[in-house]
Every structure is written in C-alpha cells, then in structure tokens.
Design a protein around this ligand. Sequence first.
Ligand code: ATP
Ligand code: MG
Length: 157
Amino acid sequence: DWLDVSDVVQAAVERARKYFPGKVIETGIAPDLPLVEGDSVLLGQVLFNLLDNAVKYGGDEPVNVYARKDGGDVLISVTDLGKGIPPSEIDRVFEKFYRRGKPDGRAPGTGLGLSIARGFVEAMGGRIHAESPAVKKRGTRIVIRFPASEKKAGGAK
Ligand code: ATP
Ligand code: MG
C-alpha cells in the first residue's frame, strides 16, 4: 500500500502526546512529501516505539520528530536530548532483547522495541539506524529512510 508519511507521523505523535501527557513533542513535517510503499499500521507502531524510548530514556527536554525529503528518500527522525547511546552499542540496541546496562527499575522494557522497529521498517523496504550523540554530545536520534515514490500525497492513493 502507498502511505502518506505525514499522516502517519502526525497520528503517532498525537497518540504519544495523549499517552505521555506533559511531554513536549515537537514536529517538523515537510509539505508535499512523496508517498512511500508500506503499511501505515506497522509504521505507526514503529514510531510509537521510538517515541516511547525517547520519553523513557530522553530526559525532560522536548522530543523532536521530523519528516522530510532527503535526496531520493523520505527521512523520518526522532531525536531526544537524553543520555544517549555510546558508539560501541549504537548497532547492538537493535538486537532482540538487548538492553543497555542495568535496568534502572522505572518503566523497565523487554528490549524488543527497536528490534521490532527494524524488522518492520526493513520489511517495508526501508532502513533504520541510530545516531548518538546527536546534539551537543548528548541525545539520541533514530533515523528511518524509505525510498520515495513518484506519487505525491493528495493524489489518488
Ligand atoms: P521495550 O521497547 O521492549 O519496552 P526497551 O526500550 O528496553 O524495551 P528497545 O526499545 O529495543 O528496548 O531499546 C533497547 C535499548 O536501547 C534500551 O534498553 C536502551 O538502553 C537503549 N535505548 C533505546 N532508545 C534510547 C534512547 N532514545 N536513548 C538512550 N538509550 C536508548
Ligand atoms: Mg523501547
């Protein structure tokens, strides 16, 4: 199916705002994004997982979500300003059941969110990776890329 990334990002952010009241989630969604091939339910779940991590591990500052065109790709990013992920673990966090260090006791997770996210994104023909420190030597940015189609949102889907 063709999906409109801006609709899916907007819906996931609205869901996260309801689920995490008090958390500031800022968005920058470019207009006229090309449609991408994928499943909006799966992509919505991926984004909600990333937002859940950004809230759990991202400290008190706002989380930023961007969607824009980047060359031949549509790029979606979720960025927080938390403690970040050391370079040695930046790929391992996508492994099944991988959790960094000791669980801190609050909102313990299962270590599945990012491995599921990678599985869903790759099944849709996209790629996902982590960058950290994203900003001023802290924080985490998760970047998703999908090959853009020629189709634009607003046309026949
Ligand atoms: P689950 O998502 O299943 O509830 P989880 O959040 O522990 O559990 P993942 O989402 O797969 O599992 O993340 C794996 C690990 O990567 C986390 O335990 C955490 O240590 C680290 N991590 C993920 N996102 C961030 C982030 N935004 N900032 C810092 N560390 C992160
Ligand atoms: Mg998680």
